[in-house]
Write a protein that binds this ligand. Sequence first.
Ligand SMILES: Cc1cc2nc3c(=O)[nH]c(=O)nc-3n(C[C@H](O)[C@H](O)[C@H](O)COP(=O)(O)O)c2cc1C
Length: 199
Amino acid sequence: MVGISGATGIAYGVRVLELARTAGVETHLVVTPAGQRTRAYETDLSARDLAALADVSHRPADIGAAIASGSFPADGMIVAPCSVHTLSAIAYAGGDNLLTRAADVTLKERRRLVLMVRETPLTLTHLRAMTAVTEAGGIVMPPVPAFYLRPGTVEDIVDHTAGRALDLLGIDVPELPRWDGTRRRRDDEEPRETSAQSA
Ligand SMILES: Cc1cc2nc3c(=O)[nH]c(=O)nc-3n(C[C@H](O)[C@H](O)[C@H](O)COP(=O)(O)O)c2cc1C
């Protein structure tokens, strides 16, 4: 299951859907009304284009959809991006739309829930909500870029974070670049100990 809420960074949710499809994983999507606003601001996708990236797209008001029940055999859920509004609703079991209901079900069924929470700076309230979700078994994964793979484009940064979120659900995306520990330039390496130094 993939949820898209109204934080900036809808590109993360789009890429999670695309990579899941590449990996042959069936996806069920819920986009909040605020998520539809960021889609319009941040992408050229129509609501229909976005829905077409998932196998099944659900209306956020449809709290009776299959994914609202623990009997639906989902592997887990990624909310990308996750607003602090949605984070708070999930932290305190406020499942009044299908996204937050499906997330709460994911927690109660002890399945993987990954929240790409995007806000900065953070208040104590935000941090407490993150703690509550973590205590309930969820994973808070802010989309913070890594630079050790030397990303050349925004797409590189988004790909890396979306891929790491899928990793957390055990979904392998083979084409994603990974740190293999061998990328250091030779002239940056620590000098080897000589026999005289080590004596
Ligand atoms: C352009 C834009 C960017 C926003 N960025 C963020 C953000 O990064 N983080 C956040 O928590 N809320 C952000 N918001 C505010 C949320 O959209 C707002 O709190 C909304 O009620 C969230 O609803 P939802 O959680 O149901 O999607 C943004 C709103 C707009 C219009």
